[in-house]
Ligand binder design. Sequence first.
Ligand SMILES: [Zn+2]
Length: 85
Amino acid sequence: MEPIPVRVGESMPLYEYACLDCGERFDTLRAMADADQPIACTTCASQHTSRLISLFAAHSEGRVVAGDGGGGCAGCSGGSCATCH
Ligand SMILES: [Zn+2]
């Protein structure tokens, strides 16, 4: 029997974006085809956002390098992104 390879995020990679208006950083799962489409800021709803380097590689090591131990979740520093409750 061959092991079934598990490739989490292969079809829906995690992309990180930064809002150019309020500085918020947030990440979202999107299809690769949509990666460069405009996305609204989760905080101020501005579409003036920029895609950052994918967190893909970081996730393969079991940790998110974007986290800095501050407030909020691993995906943001303000505790106000979609990943935070
Ligand atoms: Zn914003």
